[in-house]
Design a protein around this ligand. Structure first.
Ligand code: MN
Length: 224
């Protein structure tokens, strides 16, 4: 019997749809309840189902955890790589997205994250403008990100369900994701139709900065 390759011996762990820790109408009027319900129950569920179906029973993966798999996407067997990008990315991104919104959160970050924004962008407002600009310039479906890369904050957007874990530093879109904004039309079309700028402006009112500050602290501690 041939030994299993050391770098590709992990078994896929099925994922489940996480519950929201607030009701669907908690983010009204900024994000409407019907959009939240369909986005969570239909769109996110489809990514969960797609990932579980594509990777069911596989024991030849480079990592067991989802973030490990996304970070090693280039070495995942080719026949499941696209499904991992789309459905695994979709599950990871949406799980983050729900936890990074809250009813009536504090309006801006504090502490080390606020200081890092001042160092890397010139302040919170310039950061917001850069992030909004990335969200507006993403053509078609994708995400806008704040990430930590080599101890610095960076802002960029990605296509489809790609995220900073999959990125390449040389290509300018890699890092540990700290904050992500879904700019797929399914995230805003019911309330805002084609008016992405209105959706982005409204979304700033529900960003859960406590959660983003926590992710920043954890990424710094991990030496990212
Ligand atoms: Mn979405």
């Amino acid at each position: 019997m041939a030994p299993a390759p050391a770098a590709a011996a992990a078994t896929f762990q099925p994922v489940t749809l996480p519950a929201l820790d607030y009701p669907y109408d908690a983010l009204e009027p900024h994000i409407d309840a019907r959009t939240m319900e369909i986005h969570h129950q239909k769109h996110h569920q489809a990514y969960v189902d797609g990932l579980n179906k594509a990777l069911a029973g596989r024991a030849d993966l480079p990592a067991a955890s989802l973030d490990g798999l996304l970070g090693a996407v280039a070495t995942v067997p080719e026949e499941v790589r696209t499904a991992l990008r789309n459905h695994g990315g979709g599950h990871f991104n949406h799980s983050m997205f729900w936890s990074q919104m809250a009813k009536a959160p504090r309006p801006a970050p504090s502490g080390a994250l606020e200081e890092a924004m001042r160092r890397d962008f010139g302040g919170f407002k310039p950061f917001q403008e850069k992030f909004t600009d990335a969200a507006m310039k993403r053509f078609g479906s994708g995400w806008s990100w704040l990430a930590l890369a080599g101890g610095r904050l960076v802002v960029f957007s990605t296509a489809n369900q790609d995220n900073p874990l999959m990125g390449e530093a040389a290509a300018g879109w890699a890092g540990t994701p700290l904050l992500g904004l879904d700019v797929w039309e399914h995230a805003y079309y019911l309330k805002y139709q084609n008016r992405r700028a209105e959706y982005v402006a409204a979304w700033w009112n529900v960003v859960n900065w406590e959660e983003v500050v926590h992710r920043h602290e954890a990424a710094l501690t991990a030496g990212r």
